[in-house]
Design a protein around this ligand. Structure first.
Ligand code: FB9
Length: 497
């Protein structure tokens, strides 16, 4: 037997045109299979014309099919009433689903009557000996496609009882095309060397190019939004002449994370409510001991013009290993290393990496985040230089309206919170923190007295969440992230100047 496309061509040849719904009925196929075969014929050239049409026809519903199978509700109710003696109405009403509709229709048809004088409640009796299940017969008529054989009243009754419904079908009316043939010639999609050598290409028909077809999306990797934003910030620092610091150590000693920054050992940020302590190895052991002694002295007795904190500083506290709470620990290591060079040279450093804090988790805070930090060390820098470099940095991010608010950090004085007017959010947002590292931090390292170090910091998550319109940080990071978000989100272009 010819396949579907060829069956269709044969039907079109015999008639001046045929609808796909008629083809489906003729072939006994699903309509959508006929439509698919029409599309494949159209792809072969102008074999056929297919004009889209909308046709309506009546079909038996699921409930209607049940009636065709087991009879109408009224016919089933009639059959439940004994030929003699009848049945209590209350009992009959519980016998089948839709008993109420069936009883009402059977009474209207004059098939049943009710004797109300009976003790124990009204009794239903047969009024006729036999019945015709007209509803069942009408539905079988609809199934045969002969809806026109029903009266309007019959059709409306069946529709009202939801036993039939009108179905709209998008069909195609098929007529012969300019290149009509009942034979389906397979269109070649490739011109092969064999065809060229043998000359067989001359008898072949080739599928025309579809220049509107979209290319296939090549499989590729997808960067997480955080990594895209990190790349943008890294580029900004590099453009500004900053060098990236080596931040590849999440574990840090309390010495470099706190003591080197002149943060006292009894500072609340150093307890386990705010900091993750490492149990194994619990302690670090390698320190530049001469420098460590100067740190101990500046904490416990003061020095360099400072009175210090006047407490018993202990190396045991300084040895404790933690997950670093800020990348400023790396800045301290880098500045100490700079101070060991024979001659001071101005530097600009930056870092972007993970830091860990034992914080209360909420929609915008996890126990870790990526800190971004910029550091500039040079002779006689002032607060104006800090404000200026922060302006330059955020201008590259498209944020030019900045405000600075006095703040406190244990390791910087003065310190400032940074606020920026976000053109997208149309409001002022806190965008970071900053300050001038204290002499009690820099001088024990061995840096010259006229060297000043300014620094500022912000997070990677906050701007990323704003950029991608993410309100809950768990939609950006963690096990519940929808990987499709990573596939779908656009490349990151910060509003760079
Ligand atoms: O990133 C933050 N906000 C921010 C940044 C950018 C942005 O959009 C871009 C401009 C287009 C939008 C918002 N903040 C800092 C401010 C707040 O989000 C704050 O609630 C959360 N802060 C983190 C710390 O929270 C425990 C952000 C993180 C932060 C804060 C301070 C520093 C680093 C990160 C610092 C520092 C510092 C100070 C002095 C010397 C050296 C480092």
């Amino acid at each position: 037997m010819a396949d579907l496309p060829e069956q269709i061509l044969l039907l079109v040849k015999d008639k001046n045109g045929i609808g796909t719904d008629e083809v489906a009925r003729t072939c006994g196929c699903q309509h959508q299979n006929i439509v698919g075969a029409v599309k494949s014929l159209q792809a072969l050239g102008n074999l056929i014309n297919a004009e889209q049409r909308t046709s309506k026809h009546w079909e038996v519903t699921k409930e209607g099919l049940e009636v065709v199978t087991i009879g109408s509700h009224e016919a089933r109710i009639y059959s439940l009433v004994p030929e003699s003696g009848g049945i209590l109405q209350a009992e009959l009403m519980k016998a089948i689903p839709n008993a109420k509709v069936g009883f009402s229709k059977a009474m209207s048809a004059g098939w049943l009557e009710v004797d109300k004088k009976v003790e124990g409640g009204p009794k239903v009796l047969r009024k006729v000996d036999t019945i015709e299940d007209n509803v069942k017969q009408q539905l079988e008529q609809v199934q045969r496609g002969d809806i026109d054989g029903l009266t309007d009243k019959q059709r409306n009754d069946l529709k009202k009882r939801k036993l039939i419904h009108e179905v709209t079908v998008n069909t195609f009316f098929i007529t012969q095309g300019t290149e009509f043939s009942t034979k389906v010639t397979k269109l070649e999609t490739d011109l092969t060397p064999e065809m060229l050598v043998s000359g067989s290409w001359k008898e072949k028909k080739f599928k025309s190019y579809n220049f509107d077809a979209l290319g296939v999306m090549p499989p590729s990797g997808h960067l997480h939004p955080l990594l895209k934003v990190r790349a943008e910030y890294r580029q900004i620092f590099l453009e500004m002449g900053f060098s990236e610091m080596p931040t590849n150590n999440f574990i840090e000693s309390s010495f470099w994370n706190f003591d080197a920054l002149f943060q006292p050992q009894q500072h609340p940020a150093r307890d386990s409510h705010d900091t993750f302590f490492i149990s194994d190895p619990a302690n670090a052991h390698e320190f530049p001991m001469e420098y460590l002694e100067r740190v101990k002295k500046v904490h416990s007795e003061g020095g360099y013009g400072s009175q210090g904190y006047k407490y018993d500083w202990t190396i045991e506290e300084a040895k404790k290993n933690i997950l670093r709470t800020h990348t400023t620990a790396v800045s301290a290591r880098m500045l100490y290393k700079l101070a060991q060079e024979p001659e001071f040279r101005p530097v600009k450093y930056f870092s972007i990496d993970r830091v860990f804090r034992n914080e209360t988790l909420d929609a915008t805070h996890l126990a870790e985040f990526h800190q971004i930090e910029g550091v500039v060390a040079d002779y006689n820098l002032t607060l104006a230089d800090l404000i200026g470099v922060i302006h330059a940095f955020f201008k590259k991010l498209g944020m030019e309206k900045l405000r600075f608010k006095p703040a406190y950090n244990p390791y910087t004085e003065p310190s400032m919170e940074i606020f920026g007017y976000h053109e997208g959010l149309k409001k002022w947002v806190e965008i970071g923190n900053s300050g001038v590292f204290r002499p009690e931090m820099l001088l024990p390292m061995g840096l010259p007295e006229d060297v000043v170090v300014i620094a500022w910091g912000l997070s990677l998550e906050r701007p990323t969440m704003i950029k991608y319109g993410i309100n809950n940080i768990r939609d950006l990071i963690g096990p519940k992230v929808n990987l499709q978000m990573i596939y779908d989100n656009p490349m990151c272009r910060l509003d760079k100047q």
